[in-house]
Write a protein that binds this ligand. Structure first.
Ligand code: F6R
Length: 590
C-alpha cells in the first residue's frame, strides 16, 4: 500500500510533495516523509511517524525543485520514524509502494557483505542494492536493481548531483503527469488533480526518467517506448466536511444521491453490459471487505432474477484455489478504489481463464477498469472516510441493475423504479432512524453479534465489519440459525445480539435466535421493518423500526441503520471513524 509522489519543475518541490501527500494520505497514515534535492545539490530529508501534517513544520524551509514523498501503511516493520520512507543511502533517496517478497534473502546477502541496515522495512534493500549498482547512470542502476526484486513495487528515486527522478513499476500503480515545464509521478490520479494537463499510465515493467526536458519511458530492457497520454480529468477530492463532524457521517448522508446517480449512470452502460453477458451461464462476484459483502447481496439478485448459479467469493481466496471458470462465466469484480491488489489480480486471473470481466467501481480509470471489458459505475463520488458507507450502498444498486439487465426481466421498468424510490426511502431512514441508545449499549459491551438470514445475513456481515472497524469492539456476523451451533456459548450480560429482520417470510425463524439470546441473559436488539417483530420485542429488546420496502432492496435501509450504529458507537468511544487505527483506504498489497 502506501502513497508515493514525485515532483520536478520550477515550483517549490517541498510544497508540491506535501500537497500530493495530503491527497494520498488515505493510502496509509502510519508515517510520512519527503526528500528534496536542496539548493546546494544535497538531499534534505524529513520523516515522521504519524500523519502527513507532522511534516509541515520541517518542510517549510526546504528550497529545491525536485522531490519525492511517501505516506506509509506499515507492512514490514512497525510504524516509527526509522521505518518511514524515504530510505537514504550513499546520496540516494528512495520511496517504495508494494512488497518485496524476497527481501529477507536479499537483506541477508547484503548484511553478509557488510551492509548496515537502518530500518526493519523490505524497502530498504532496494536503496542498498541501488547504491551498489550505481556507477553514474541512475536509470541503468535502477534497472539492474529491480531485476533482483520479486514482488510488487512502484519506486521513485532521486540522487545527489543528478537533476532527475527515476521511476520503476511492477504491479503497483504509478501515474506520470505532464504539466507546463513541470512533471509529476504519483500513486494515483486524484493526487494530480488540477496539477497537470496530461497523464500517462506506464505498463508493468516500465521505467520512467523525469528531467526538466520531459519524461522518457523505457520498457524492461531499457528500450525507449511511447505510452499513450490522455487528458488529466481527475477532480480533486472536496475536503469540505459540509458541517458534519466526520466524513463518515457526511458520506452516509450522501447514500441517497449515490443510489440516484448510480441508476442514472447505469443507463449509459446497460446495452454494453447486456451484450457482454450474452451466453453467460454462471456469475462469480469477487471483492474484499465491504465490497465482498456487497457481492453477497448482489449474488442473490442474479439468482433471483436470472435463475443462474451465482457465487460470491473473497477475491484474495479466489486467486489461490485454481478456480473453475469457463468462457461462459462472467466475473463481477467489485472495488471502490479499483486498486485493491487481491481484487485486481483475481480479475486478471479470471480474464486469463476466459471469463467476461465486469468491473463495479467508483474509480473509472483504475487498474480494475483497465482489465474489465465493461465497467458498471458506482456514482458515489469520492469517499474519504476509510470505512466504506455510501460506496457499499452504491455497489448494491449497481449489482441490482446489472442483474436486472442480465435477466432482462424488467420490461415494464417496475423493478428499476423500485430502486429509484429507494433513494427517497434511504433519505427518510437517515433522518428518522435512531440508533443512539443501541450504540450506547454496544459501546459498553464486550462483543456484538449481528444476526440475519439470507440477504439480512449478508448485511449482518457488513454491520459487524463496520462496527469493529471504527469502534474496535469485537464483533461477528452470523446466520441467525447458526448461533445455536456454538456461538451461543459467548452470549452473556456483557454481549449484544443485533438481529436484522427484513423478510416477513423468514421473520419467525430469525426471531427464534433473538429469543435464544434473551433466554440466556443476553441483551438483544432488532432492526426490522416487520410490524409483528416490532410488537413482539417491544419492551424486551431494543427495537429499531424501519419502513416497509421490497425485501430485495431492504439492504439499502438496513445498511443505513448498521452504518449509523457503527458511527455513533465510535463517536461515543471517542474513536476517529475516518481514519481507524491500522487501516488505509486503498489496499494495494496482497
Ligand atoms: C471497510 C472497507 C474495506 C474495503 C476493502 C476493499 O469499510 O472499506 O473492507 O471495502 O478494503 O476495498 P475496495 O472496495 O477499494 O476494493
Amino acid at each position: 500500500m502506501c502513497g508515493i509522489i514525485g515532483y520536478l519543475g520550477k515550483k517549490n518541490a517541498a510544497e508540491e510533495v506535501y500537497c500530493g501527500l495530503e491527497r494520498l494520505e488515505y493510502r496509509g497514515y502510519d508515517s510520512a516523509g519527503a526528500a528534496i534535492i536542496a539548493a546546494d545539490g544535497k538531499i534534505c530529508a524529513v520523516k515522521k511517524q504519524g500523519r502527513v501534517e507532522n511534516l509541515k513544520p520541517y518542510l517549510r524551509d526546504i528550497a529545491g525543485a525536485i522531490g519525492i514523498g511517501h505516506t506509509r501503511w506499515a507492512t514490514h516493520g512497525k510504524p516509527c520514524d526509522k521505518n518511514a520512507h524515504p530510505h537514504l543511502c550513499g546520496g540516494l533517496a528512495l520511496v517504495h509502494n508494494g512488497i518485496i517478497e524476497n527481501y529477507a534473502a536479499l537483506k541477508a546477502e547484503l548484511v553478509a557483505d557488510g551492509e548496515e541496515f537502518l530500518s526493519e522495512t523490505d524497502s530498504e534493500v532496494i536503496v542498498r542494492l541501488l547504491k551498489r549498482n550505481f556507477k553514474g547512470d541512475l536509470l541503468a542502476a535502477l534497472a539492474r536493481t529491480v531485476e533482483r526484486l520479486k514482488g510488487s513495487y512502484a519506486v521513485m528515486v532521486i540522487c545527489e548531483g543528478i537533476d532527475a527522478i527515476a521511476v520503476a513499476k511492477n504491479r503497483s500503480s504509478v501515474i506520470l503527469g505532464y504539466g507546463n515545464g513541470e512533471y509529476f509521478c504519483a500513486s494515483d490520479e486524484p493526487a494530480l488533480a488540477g496539477k497537470c494537463a496530461d497523464i500517462c499510465v506506464p505498463d508493468d515493467g516500465d521505467f520512467a526518467y523525469i528531467t526538466a526536458d520531459g519524461i522518457e519511458i523505457y520498457n524492461k530492457t531499457l528500450q525507449r517506448v511511447i505510452r499513450e497520454k490522455r487528458p488529466n480529468t481527475a477532480a480533486a477530492q472536496s475536503l469540505d466536511l459540509g458541517g458534519y463532524p466526520h466524513y463518515m457521517l457526511k458520506e452516509l448522508h450522501e447514500a441517497p444521491a449515490t443510489i440516484k446517480n448510480t441508476a442514472g449512470a447505469f443507463a449509459a452502460v446497460e446495452d454494453k453490459l447486456k451484450a457482454a453477458l450474452c451466453g453467460v451461464d454462471r456469475i462469480i462476484i469477487l471483492g474484499c471487505g465491504t465490497a465482498y459483502h456487497a457481492g453477497l447481496v448482489g449474488r442473490r439478485y442474479f439468482e433471483q432474477f436470472a435463475r443462474v448459479p451465482a457465487e460470491c467469493e473473497n477475491a484474495g481466496e479466489f486467486r489461490y484455489k485454481n478456480p473453475v471458470v469457463t468462457n461462459k462465466t462472467a466475473v463481477f469484480a467489485i472495488s471502490q478504489s479499483g486498486e485493491t491488489a487481491d481484487t485486481v489480480e483475481a480479475a486478471r486471473l479470471a480474464l486469463a481463464l476466459g471469463a467476461e470481466v465486469v468491473a463495479v467501481t467508483n474509480s473509472l480509470n483504475s487498474a480494475l477498469t483497465r482489465i474489465a471489458s465493461v465497467t458498471v459505475p458506482v456514482a458515489a463520488g469520492s469517499e474519504i472516510c476509510v470505512a466504506a458507507t455510501k460506496s457499499y450502498i452504491g455497489q448494491i444498486a449497481a449489482l441490482y441493475l446489472s442483474a436486472l439487465a442480465f435477466a432482462d426481466c424488467d420490461r415494464d421498468g417496475a423493478l428499476k423504479r423500485g430502486l429509484a424510490e429507494m433513494s427517497a426511502l434511504c433519505g427518510k431512514t437517515l433522518g428518522q432512524v435512531n440508533t443512539y441508545s443501541l450504540a450506547n449499549m454496544c459501546a459498553l459491551s464486550h462483543g456484538v453479534y449481528f444476526l440475519g438470514r439470507d440477504i439480512d445475513y449478508a448485511v449482518a456481515l457488513e454491520g459487524s465489519l463496520k462496527l469493529k472497524e471504527v469502534s474496535y469492539i469485537h464483533s461477528e456476523g452470523y446466520p441467525a440459525g447458526e448461533l445455536k451451533h456454538g456461538t451461543l456459548a459467548l452470549i452473556d450480560g456483557d454481549t449484544v445480539a443485533v438481529a436484522l429482520i427484513f423478510d416477513g417470510g423468514l421473520a419467525e425463524k430469525s426471531c427464534n435466535a433473538v429469543e435464544q439470546v434473551l433466554s440466556r441473559g443476553g441483551r438483544a436488539a432488532v432492526i426490522t421493518n416487520v410490524d409483528s417483530v416490532k410488537k413482539r420485542f417491544a419492551g424486551r429488546a431494543q427495537v429499531i423500526g424501519l419502513c416497509a420496502c421490497d425485501k430485495f432492496l431492504s439492504p439499502v435501509l438496513s445498511a443505513v441503520a448498521v452504518q449509523k450504529l457503527a458511527y455513533e458507537t465510535a463517536a461515543i468511544l471517542g474513536r476517529d471513524p475516518d481514519k481507524p487505527r491500522n487501516l488505509a483506504k486503498s489496499v494495494t498489497v496482497e
